[in-house]
Design a protein around this ligand. Structure first.
Ligand code: ADP
Length: 586
């Protein structure tokens, strides 16, 4: 069986990751992004304009005393702030619309993809960890693109316009202001790596946290009965502690880049003051020019800090995106063939020299048998012999390593998966119920069932007997995982589902001990009714079921030990006779 575990060592370089994100989720929103970027550009350039206006304010109004200009300059400043307010509201609105659209699209795609993955994937990846990927990691896409647009659209333009003003006033002053900038390169690169590494750890720990919570809440009865509350709490708080430490470290490193920018800017200010201060004192430059330059530099400060943080933001997002794409890159082994065969005409089920291992552990070793169409075939044998695995092979929850599994002479691998699975109704030992009403649990979203059909199914499956006693009847909630119903009731709900499904092959895993005698009799009656005329494979635990079966296959260690009818096998005095003597078929 293939290993489909999400590989944790696969890494993605930033460039290809961003291209993939752009192609998959961002590019389709380009018109909105362009509008948002234009609005951001306008917003950003108001800063440059603001610093430009400072010059006439000082030189004309304050120094020359042209008071009539006060109104003009004041009005212009107010107008700039008004433009800034409007563009910022509109662009943020647009940004968040796209951010939400991209992350929800990614969530839907991810769940759609996960649903196609093999059963083995779900055995290796606990539900909590998958939930964390779907709900937590996809959010990264929101942050990335809005930060980039904000960064590129507003902050870069603000910087360009502010430096434009600065250069126009004096290129030498500008150069002096930027004197410390090269010092930023190395620390930024180091910080980026560190942030990616820490975020990776933190995301993995968040997955563990979700898994732990899922297991605690699903296993709440076991936790309480074994008095595991303290133990579970210790493990949980340990995990939370790790996440907290990683977050704090990351935040500290992330804040280092803007802090370095502070230092470099401070140094730049100092250099400009030394250079420019002299020139003004000597009368070679106006106060207005210096103030305008100084304002431009001061306004450049915030956008610079934000842009400095951008690399860190990308690394945080990239660590999450990497986790999302790792799942997208897993392809299911169990797939429908490109040109599926036609639905088989008869329902004879056949396994021919089937071998299957889970890892190194052989489970089926050359299993061959035939279950005749329209007859009941009982599978018996010790626990762990591979009986349930036969059901999984038929429905293609797993594929064999070797050998063929066929229905009506058609290999199950040649059929469309949907068609194949529609051939079977499975009633398992522990029916999976959803946290919905009993009615919804039986209908399972089907709208083509008439009230009369539903009522027949309810009667045949002996469901009405217990729902009638409930105040809400069929509309009573089944509780999380069907916990509001007893084992026998859950199984009867599963039988009602199977009746409505009306599939030609029935796969029954008989309950062992979950039922009391009265429920057991009801369930047995319901099952008898259901299997009449259908090809039925039953993993039998009760002697009465085996006795009534048309054919018995005794499976031991993944092979057929013997087969025949109850009488022939009993007469043979082999494994079956031993099992019967014990009155207990595991
Ligand atoms: P039975 O139904 O006869 O009790 P199963 O078919 O459920 O036996 O299991 C056969 C063997 O395969 C068991 O030893 C079980 O531990 C092993 N097995 C079943 N599913 C898996 C799995 N997903 N991974 C590893 N081993 C498995």
């Amino acid at each position: 069986m293939p290993r489909t575990e999400i590989s944790s060592d696969k890494t993605y370089a930033s460039g290809p990751l961003f291209v993939r994100l752009w192609r998959g989720y961002l590019s389709r929103h380009w018109p909105k992004m362009v509008v948002a970027a234009v609005l951001m550009v306008i917003e950003g350039s108001t800063l440059g304009a603001l610093s430009w206006i400072i010059k006439p304010l000082f030189d004309k109004v304050f120094v020359d005393g042209q008071i009539h200009m006060l109104w003009l300059v004041g009005g212009a400043i107010f107008g700039l702030f008004l433009i800034r307010a409007m563009t910022s509201v509109c662009s943020r609105w647009m940004l968040s619309a796209v951010a939400q659209a991209t992350s929800s699209a990614m969530q839907v795609d991810l769940v759609r993809h996960i649903l196609t993955l093999d059963q083995s994937f779900f055995q290796q990846n606990p539900p909590g960890a998958l939930i964390e990927r779907v709900q937590g990691d996809t959010l990264a896409v929101q942050g990335v693109w809005s930060t980039f647009i904000t960064g590129a659209g507003r902050d870069v333009v603000a910087l360009v316009s502010l430096f434009g003003v600065a250069i126009a006033i004096d290129p030498r002053w500008t150069l002096a202001a930027l004197i410390g900038a090269p010092l930023l390169i190395m620390p930024t690169l180091i910080a980026q790596r560190y942030i990616r590494k820490k975020t990776r750890q933190m995301r993995a720990q968040s997955s563990d946290r979700a898994t732990r919570l899922d297991e605690i809440f699903h296993g709440i009865a076991a936790v309480k009965l074994n008095r595991l509350e303290d133990y579970q709490m210790r493990r949980f708080s340990g995990l939370v502690g790790h996440i907290r430490k990683a977050m704090v470290k990351m935040a500290a490193i992330q804040s280092m880049i803007p802090a370095l920018i502070d230092v470099v800017t401070g140094f730049g200010f100092f250099a400009v003051l030394v250079l420019g201060g002299h020139e003004i004192a000597e009368g070679r430059r106006s106060v207005g020019e210096f103030m305008s330059f100084f304002t431009a530099m001061s306004l450049a400060f915030q956008p610079l800090r934000r842009l400095g943080g951008l690399a860190g933001t990308w690394q945080t997002a990239a660590a999450s995106l990497e986790r999302v794409y790792r799942v997208f890159d897993i392809t299911p082994e169990v797939r429908s063939p490109d040109t599926p065969a036609a639905r088989p005409a008869t329902m004879e089920v056949r396994l021919d020299d089937v071998w299957l291992s889970y890892g190194d552990k052989p489970v089926l070793r050359g299993l061959s048998f035939t279950a005749e169409a329209g007859k009941t075939t009982a599978l018996v044998g010790p626990s762990g012999a591979g009986k349930s695995t036969v059901f999984n092979l038929l429905t293609r929850l797993v594929d064999p390593d070797r050998g063929t599994v066929s229905v009506g002479g058609v290999s199950v691998a040649a059929l469309d998966l949907g068609v194949l699975r529609s051939l079977f109704s499975t009633v398992a030992q522990d029916a999976t119920l959803f946290d919905e009403t009993i009615r919804d649990n039986i209908l399972l979203g089907r709208t083509d069932i008439s009230e009369a059909q539903l009522n027949t199914a309810l009667t045949v499956a002996h469901v009405t007997e217990f729902t009638d006693a409930m105040p809400l009847g069929l509309d009573s909630p089944a509780g999380p995982r069907g916990s509001a119903l007893s084992g026998g009731q859950r199984q009867r709900v599963a039988i009602a589902r199977a009746v409505l499904r009306d599939a030609p092959v029935l796969l029954l895993d008989e309950a062992t001990s979950a039922l009391d005698t009265a429920s057991e009799a009801k369930v047995a009656q319901a099952l008898d009714h259901l299997s009449a005329g259908r090809t039925t494979l039953v993993i039998a635990h009760r002697l009465s079921t085996v006795r009534n079966a048309d054919h018995i296959v005794v499976v031991v260690e993944g092979r057929v030990a013997e087969e025949g009818t109850h009488d022939t096998l009993l007469a043979k005095g082999g494994v079956y006779a031993d099992l019967c003597r014990l009155q207990l078929v595991e």
